[in-house]
Ligand binder design. Structure first.
Ligand code: 13P
Ligand code: SF4
Length: 331
């Protein structure tokens, strides 16, 4: 795996123009998650949540997929489109949920519970996917879980907060792997209560990766695309957003007359809730990775084949349209 592009970039270069030129020259598509920096979202061909991005990656005709997100997302693109070159601006863009579920330990856990079906949140390594029966994202997890017979025992990994949210909502016990997202864990209930008191008419929108203490204050809890949809459709003029603040860019673009306030961390502001992994990708690294076609995702073929099965199962079991398949549908 090529970990780093060492090249320096001419500071006079028009990066936006160069990225557009290289994208055409290399027949590339740029996919970006909502948590990416605003300038990356603005140059992407498509911006979406994990499910939307997986679908795009599986369907694209482009020869090269430039994935502006974190590594597990780019791996999903490679698993679903192995013939394509998949590059990520910074290979160090990991995810704390992935880190909290080491494949060897997870394998022991799965083997110790052989009568359980394994559902894994897409925020995990390809090796953990390979040990999974069905992958879910935050936008299809409930829909998929409802299709699994009540009596079937389930392991849910790696996010204990998403797992807990689903268990409470569907009144269904699951064996939860104890992983967490370091970003969503940092929202402070105390500060959120203070903010709600200041803006009593502002709905709170939260990602289910947040702890229960935050979710219990939410008027809506769901995937990034469902949060975006709710924010734009809501009649409220001011909304409190309890997820990574990168998503506020799309909200402000689509509804400039509304005020979107990032939910606070313990210090009373939301800066600590920026995902440090997503933030590793920059416009400059995006340019370099298009120019050099690296760092490139390279997966062991046995792992890829084993991880493809639960991902395809997820696509089969998902609703035909996500909450926001395309931004144009909701703006
Ligand atoms: P979504 O699938 O809701 O975009 O979530 C991805 C993610 O990593 C949230 O932290
Ligand atoms: Fe992973 Fe959390 Fe960052 Fe999402 S916000 S990519 S779950 S660390």
């Amino acid at each position: 795996m090529n970990l780093m592009s060492n090249s320096t970039v001419d500071p006079t270069l028009d990066l936006i123009a160069e990225i557009k030129r290289l994208r055409d020259e290399k027949n590339a598509v740029i996919l970006a998650h909502y948590y990416q920096a605003a300038e990356i979202q603005d140059i992407a061909d498509f911006v979406g949540d994990s499910l939307d991005l997986s679908r795009r990656a599986a369907e694209t005709d482009a020869e090269v997929i430039v994935f502006c997100g974190v590594r597990f997302m780019a791996e999903v693109a490679k698993i679903l489109s192995p013939e394509k070159t998949v590059v990520l601006p910074d290979m160090a863009a990991g995810c704390s949920l992935e880190d909290s579920c080491p494949p060897d330990e997870f394998e022991k856990f799965v083997k110790a519970n052989p009568d359980h079906m394994v559902l894994s949140y897409i925020n995990c390594s390809a090796a953990v996917k390979a040990l999974t029966d069905i992958i879910v994202t935050s936008s299809n997890a409930e829909y998929i879980l409802r299709q699994i017979p009540e009596e079937q025992k389930i392991i849910f990994a790696p996010d204990r907060h998403l797992g807990g949210f689903l268990s409470r909502k569907l009144d269904r016990d699951m064996l939860l792997w104890q992983g967490t997202c370091i970003v969503h864990e940092l929202f402070s209930e105390k500060e959120l209560i203070k903010l709600k008191a200041k803006y009593p008419n502002a709905p709170v929108l939260a990602h289910p990766e947040c702890p229960e203490a935050i979710i219990q204050h939410a008027d809506h809890a769901g995937s990034t695309s469902s949060i975006l949809k709710f924010a734009l459709e809501s009649e409220a003029e001011t909304l409190i957003i309890a997820t990574e603040p990168g998503i506020i860019h799309q909200m402000e673009k689509a509804a400039p007359h509304k005020t979107f306030i990032g939910a606070p961390g313990a210090d009373g502001n939301c800066n600590c809730n920026t995902c440090p992994y997503m933030a590793l990708n920059t416009l400059q690294k995006l340019y370099l990775c298009l120019r050099d076609l690296g760092p490139e995702i390279d997966l062991d073929e046995d792992t890829r084949i084993a991880a493809e099965k639960p991902l395809r199962k997820m696509l089969e079991m998902s609703p035909t349209t996500g909450p926001a398949k395309d931004l144009s549908e909701i703006t």
